[in-house]
Design a protein around this ligand. Structure first.
Ligand code: UDP
Length: 324
């Protein structure tokens, strides 16, 4: 129950979680309630499923407001807001790019107006995508990024960059306490089967015996953070007395997509074959977080090894995939 690292910060508080029925949001709701907080979820179910939060619907500390943050909204009193509302998988956020961009920009604007009026803190979840196609091997928060402003990923990348700009301008001009964390690739139970991201795709393919779809030559890299570590980092950021953002959150162990495919095939015990496909436009060739800000400011670093996190995720998918 009470995690000592939060020093009781989350006891008897009430939070709004925008995007609270999504993959990360639903884990955050569980963790906040476990720490003694109440939660009000704002969600339009654009990429999430109500099933993620079904177990909380009758919980006395949980409320759900179906709402789209692109439009102005009003809510009862809360102690702060977590903004996780935005499609985050390339396949999903490219389906309706204008919706994605406006959710980031107009949605974050609406939330900032609200937290300004109520004088409450905002924890805004940004993304490693603000670094675009990085020219640095490891991305620290001072790196400005290398983003194509008109490509198929820009609706997300530029939307998230603009949302960061809004957070910092509201901090400078309106004294809003807006804390920005940049989330690197995160995986775990409750990812959608059809999410389209690499970890869920490979696991679902390995379990069901379909070909493993590796894009490009599979030598591009990512670092994968287990969801429990990420939620811990997000909660430390909100609870931190001193916070000088943006702060990267992720895992620094770097894997090629071919390595990842092999690890998942071994853990699942699958004979599925690898099938190569085209590398999507502007797909970053490498990505690795510099974590010194998270370490010094939040005393945080990820602790879950990839294999351990993958095993939990594989177990989850085995439970939700329809039996063949
Ligand atoms: N990828 C892949 N096969 C898939 C899905 C993704 O090889 O079935 C690759 C993708 O091209 C990218 C990496 O895996 O290089 C991570 O993709 P993901 O969509 O998970 O997230 P991203 O980090 O690109 O936002």
């Amino acid at each position: 129950m009470n995690n000592p690292v939060f020093h009781g910060y989350y006891a008897d508080k009430r939070w709004a979680v925008a995007g609270g029925s999504g993959f990360l949001g639903s884990h955050l709701c569980d963790a906040l309630i476990a720490q003694g907080s109440e939660v009000i979820v704002l969600d339009n179910y654009c990429t999430s499923k109500p099933a993620n939060i079904e177990h909380l619907l009758n919980h006395p500390s949980f409320k759900l407001r179906q709402c789209d943050i692109r439009h102005p909204f009003a809510l009862p009193e809360v102690d702060g807001v977590f903004n996780l509302a935005c499609p985050a998988s390339p396949q999903q956020y490219q389906k309706d790019p204008i919706f994605t961009l406006m959710t980031s920009v107009q949605g974050t604007f609406n939330i900032l107006e609200w937290v300004k009026e109520k004088n409450i803190p905002l924890l805004h979840t940004s993304t490693s995508e603000v670094y675009g196609m990085p020219v640095t091997k490891i991305q620290d928060e001072t790196y400005w990024g290398n983003v194509n402003p008109i490509g198929i990923r820009s609706c997300y990348d530029e939307g998230k960059r603009c949302a960061e700009t809004l957070c910092f301008d509201y901090s400078r001009h309106h004294d809003v306490n807006a804390k920005v964390v940049r989330i690197f690739n995160t995986y775990g139970p409750k990812m959608q089967i059809d999410d389209g991201r690499v970890v869920s795709n490979f696991i679902v393919q390995a379990i069901t015996g379909q070909d493993i779809t590796v894009y490009g030559d599979g030598k591009q890299t990512r670092c994968f953070c287990y969801v429990d570590d990420m939620i811990d980092g997000i909660m430390r950021a909100m609870a931190a007395e001193k916070f000088d953002g943006p702060v990267n959150l992720g895992n620094r162990d770097e894997y090629t997509m071919l390595d990842l495919a092999q690890v998942i095939l071994n853990l699942v015990g699958s004979q599925a074959q690898i099938r190569f496909g085209p590398l999507p436009q502007d797909d970053p060739l490498h990505r690795q977080p510099h974590l010194s800000r998270a370490e010094t400011q939040l005393h945080w670093q990820p602790t879950t090894a990839l294999k351990d996190g993958l095993l939990k995720t594989i177990n989850y998918f085995r439970g939700v995939l329809p039996l063949k």
